[in-house]
Design a protein around this ligand. Structure first.
Ligand code: TRP
Length: 335
């Protein structure tokens, strides 16, 4: 019998059989060592944790266009076998999937596994599919096709305030049509401070700015995020088509620590702060690696804080390090 897990080898594409002792066949941006896969554990106050995989399907002749085509083939056959609806995907796919593109990727996916639930699938399009300069227009058009007519104006007023420093980096849709199917827009804030995230979060009502400031301070150990950028995401859940219902902040913790032991200590502190069982972190790390944490950096890649609807919580992103481990570094003094 086919189980939902049976789709995973297909989702990996040709990367599934590629030896990890060789160079990766495609420099996927999903993870720093170009493994086209990243794990994450999403923690919620009310339901059991979810294990998620973010990935890029790698095609026979890897390129952004061919990888997207390979993913689509998997998707069409999975849609027949599993509880997947491609309705939203089909409404916008032509915008984001040109025949030819110099973008770094065109399609990524994530799978969500949660005990007692059917796995869910989400796809990420690249707003820069037709070049960085057209990203805003593409996102505006995609939102309006999905009935979110005012959403882009709202995004411009809250999240895209600093010229080229604020950029739309992902456009994601859930591939199911149950209630709470989401559309998400992700905005990267180059060289930001927690205040920039707080301003961006004000697009969603009822967000506590203090929580975001504390999260940034604990996770980042600084208030100047000059390395990999802070990223905001906005979640649109029907029937609320005017304003986003949820806001998440992603912090690429690996750029703000010297090694993974320091990252682990910060995440343990965050888990305690948010009221989660800290044991979960070590269980997840132990499942992935037995290397001494101080001997590398980037195993713990990001942490995110989710606020508002559908559910508040925290997510920890973990690399597989299938191809390489990044060396720990000495941090220059923080200003
Ligand atoms: N590796 C990329 C980055 O760090 C993309 C990515 C993977 C990402 N997981 C993420 C971006 C979580 C934001 C949040 O930018």
């Amino acid at each position: 019998m086919r189980t939902p897990l049976a789709v995973l080898p297909n989702l990996l594409g040709t990367a599934g059989n590629h030896p990890t002792t060789e160079e990766p066949a495609w420099p996927s941006g999903v993870a720093d060592d170009h493994t086209p896969l990243e794990f994450s554990v999403a923690l919620d106050n009310t339901i059991p944790p979810a294990l998620r995989l973010l990935g890029e399907t790698i095609g026979d002749k890897p390129s952004a266009v061919n990888n997207a085509r390979a993913f689509e083939r998997v998707l069409r056959s999975a849609a027949r076998d599993f509880d997947i609806s491609t309705e939203r995907y089909d409404q916008v796919r032509d915008l984001f999937l040109p025949e030819d593109s110099s973008a770094e990727f065109l399609l990524w996916y994530s799978t969500v596994f949660r005990a007692g639930h059917l796995p869910a699938l989400k796809v990420y399009f690249n707003p820069a599919a037709h070049g960085e300069e057209n990203a805003g227009e593409l996102v505006a058009e995609a939102l309006s096709r999905l009935g979110l007519n005012d959403a882009y104006r709202d995004l411009r007023e809250h999240a895209l305030l600093r010229g080229e420093a604020d950029r739309c980096v992902f456009f994601a849709v859930d591939l199911h049509d149950r209630p709470h199917a989401r559309v998400k827009v992700y905005v990267a804030h180059a060289n930001a401070r927690s205040g920039d995230a707080i301003r961006a979060a004000a697009a969603v009502s009822g967000i506590d700015p203090g929580q975001l400031a504390e999260f940034c301070a604990i996770a980042g150990g600084t208030d100047a995020f000059a390395g990999r950028p802070l990223v905001s995401s906005y979640t649109y859940v029907s029937p609320d088509t005017h304003r986003p219902s949820g806001y998440s902040l992603y912090l690429p913790i690996r750029d703000y620590v010297s090694d993974d032991e320091e990252a682990r200590q910060r995440v343990l502190q965050l888990l305690a702060w948010a009221g989660f069982d800290p044991v979960l972190l070590d269980r997840a790390i132990d499942a992935l690696t037995d290397r001494p944490l101080a001997e590398g950096v980037g195993l713990i890649a990001h942490v995110s804080l989710r606020l508002g609807i559908p559910r508040p919580g925290m997510t920890v992103y973990l690399s597989s390090e299938a191809y390489a481990v990044s060396r720990p570094r000495r941090l220059s003094p923080v200003q």
